[in-house]
Design a protein around this ligand. Structure first.
Ligand code: HEM
Length: 272
């Protein structure tokens, strides 16, 4: 199946352009604006709606990403090989996709209404923020329309995007031109994907960069180190000197002194 130059541009050139802007944009942003590399949180201005909206949106979006990996990156032949036939896949993706997407939609709505309702937050909202919200609403809204009308409520197994959209998408990684598959997909899928490339291109110039700065090191080590109170070593040695040189050496070699340096934790033991 051949397609015209416009379709080739949309489905075979535009995706790479978006990725190039994404990569170069991040390098530029990192070199130019490290202090601005933040979510620009408004938690200090309002907390209750943020907590609910942000949790629903982020957990919903993470689940949606998991669903995209399964439905788009994993070939239908692989799920069939582990016993998931097309009907079972259809049920899993429709139900899980509706729950995950529904959570992201409700969360996003709360976040958007919160921004409009609270004047102090509204004043801190930039043009780029508005563009991000509009594109997120578009991508997620169109994605939900696909899941609801072409999957959950559709007759039979619905639209089989794994034999079109998914093959086109995986082909991009191998520089294979499957533009015809996308050109003939239903309109809502095409619009969803175009809006997704727009978000990817806008990403480095927006607050979305905070997604790459999850403080994972906090899981292993708290940012604030708590040190236990201890008597200065000078006084300890002075005290032990009174008991003689042998006593001081034994103390220096004692496990609590060695442990403080050796485990590298920075937490000094208490000396009683
Ligand atoms: C080029 C990248 C993308 C492709 C090829 C793609 C493709 C798809 C497809 C085929 C569906 C239908 C799933 C179903 O009916 O079971 C879908 C649904 C959805 N997509 Fe995307 N998508 C992309 C990017 C995104 C992005 C960046 C977001 C969010 C920021 C997003 C959010 C959603 C949502 C919320 C749904 C509905 C819930 C679900 O089924 O998971 N998509 N997408």
């Amino acid at each position: 199946m051949r397609v015209d130059a416009a379709q080739t541009f949309l489905w075979f050139v535009l995706p790479y352009l978006a990725v190039v802007v994404f990569v170069l944009g991040h390098i530029w942003r990192y070199r130019r604006d490290q202090l601005g590399w933040t979510s620009r949180s408004t938690q200090l201005l309002e907390g209750r709606a943020l907590r609910v909206g942000s949790l629903l949106f982020h957990y919903g979006a993470l689940a949606v990403i998991g669903g995209h990996v399964l439905g788009i990156l994993v070939p239908a032949s692989a799920t069939a090989a582990i016993g998931i036939d097309e009907h079972a896949y259809h049920l899993i993706s429709a139900v899980a996709g509706t729950i995950a997407g529904g959570s992201a939609v409700v969360g996003l709505l709360i976040l958007i209404v919160r921004r409009g309702v609270f004047a102090r937050i509204r004043r801190r909202t930039s043009a780029v923020d508005l563009a991000v919200y509009a594109l997120l609403a578009l991508v997620i809204g169109l994605g939900m329309a696909e899941t609801l009308f072409h999957n959950l409520l559709a007759s039979g197994n619905g639209y089989n995007y794994r034999s079109s959209v998914s093959i086109w998408y995986r082909g991009l990684f191998a520089l294979e031109d499957h533009a015809a598959l996308m050109a003939h997909a239903p309109l809502v899928y095409r619009l969803h994907v175009l809006a997704a490339w727009a978000i990817i291109a806008l990403w480095p110039f927006s607050r979305l960069v905070h997604a790459w700065s999850i403080p994972l090191q906090y899981l292993g080590r708290p940012y604030i180190l708590y040190r236990r109170r201890f008597r200065p070593a000078r006084r300890r040695f002075a005290a032990s000197a009174a008991e003689g040189y042998a006593g001081a050496r034994a103390l220096a070699a004692s496990s609590d002194m060695a442990g403080a340096a050796a485990d590298g934790s920075g937490v000094r033991p208490v000396v009683r």
